[in-house]
Each structure stands twice: as structure tokens, then as C-alpha cells.
Write a protein that binds this ligand. Structure first.
Ligand code: FES
Ligand code: FES
Length: 145
């Protein structure tokens, strides 16, 4: 049996027929070709598959795709606007906060809403630069009154 799934992904309306047991991670990567949604552990432990669901960072490997019905999803592919990187992406580039890049999409999306992401692991252990980039983004986009 297949279910009909309607959601918005990176601002675009998407309609799919899916098996109900599939995860949001599988649908985003395999059906929609959004390879920036990374598959690390598949058990909710690494944060590589983090996407924004209605503005909140969630691990898409633990979310069944049918639960995204009607939701607005943002992946790393949807952050840049009008050909310009998001300030968090720019800060990661400026601070050299990327090594292999596997954790980077999830880390950036989580950092958009959390001070310093606690549920995102970097297997390259480049945490110092990542923290510097996040603080830089905070400093430049959210100046203290
Ligand atoms: S792949 Fe989802 S948390 Fe690791
Ligand atoms: S940069 Fe390699 S996993 Fe984080």
C-alpha cells in the first residue's frame, strides 16, 4: 500500500506516493535527490541527516515520511537565496569550519536554531572551527543591543 504525501521542500510544493514505512531521510535523498541530507548512523545518534521541519532541526532518519504530511522542510540545498549563501554557510567557509564536509549540512542547519549544536557529531573532530564559525555568525547577524 502506498500513501500520498504532500509537503513543501525548500519552498517548493512536493507530492509523492510512498510506502508508509519509509523515512523522511530516504524520501529526501532517494526520491528528491537531495544528497545534502547525509546518512550517517541511521539511528538518531550523529545528526548528519538533520533538516528543518517547520523551522525546527530534526533528524530525518528517525522521522517517518508520512509524519511530514503538510510540513515545510528545509535542507541545506534550500538555504542559499538568490545565489547568495546563507550567513551561517558563509561563516563556515570564512572560518574554515569544514574538513571532509560530511557533517556540515546537518551542523549548519542545526546551528541556525541552536546556540552550539549538541546532537551533531563531526567525525573529523573539527569542533573548534565549527564553534568559531557559529559565534562569528551570531556576532555579525545578531548584534547585541
Ligand atoms: S543519520 Fe540520522 S542521526 Fe545519524
Ligand atoms: S567535517 Fe568531516 S565529519 Fe565533520
Amino acid at each position: 500500500m502506498k500513501l500520498r504525501l504532500s509537503m513543501r521542500v525548500n519552498g517548493n510544493a512536493v507530492e509523492l506516493e510512498i510506502e508508509p514505512h519509509r523515512t523522511l531521510l530516504e524520501v529526501l535523498r532517494n526520491d528528491l535527490g537531495l544528497a545534502g541530507v547525509r546518512e550517517g548512523c541511521s539511528t538518531g545518534d550523529c545528526g548528519a541527516c538533520t533538516v528543518l521541519v517547520n523551522g525546527k532541526p530534526l533528524v530525518s532518519c528517525l522521522m517517518l515520511a508520512p509524519d511530514a504530511e503538510g510540513a515545510s522542510i528545509v535542507t541545506i540545498e534550500g538555504l542559499a537565496k538568490d545565489g547568495k549563501l546563507d550567513p551561517m554557510q558563509e561563516a563556515f567557509v570564512a572560518k574554515g569550519a569544514i574538513q571532509c564536509g560530511f557533517c556540515t549540512p546537518g551542523m549548519i542547519l542545526a546551528a541556525k536554531t541552536e546556540d552550539i549544536p549538541e546532537g551533531n557529531l563531526c567525525r573529523c573532530t573539527g569542533y573548534t572551527k565549527i564553534q568559531e564559525a557559529i559565534r562569528e555568525e551570531r556576532r555579525t547577524t545578531r548584534p547585541q543591543a
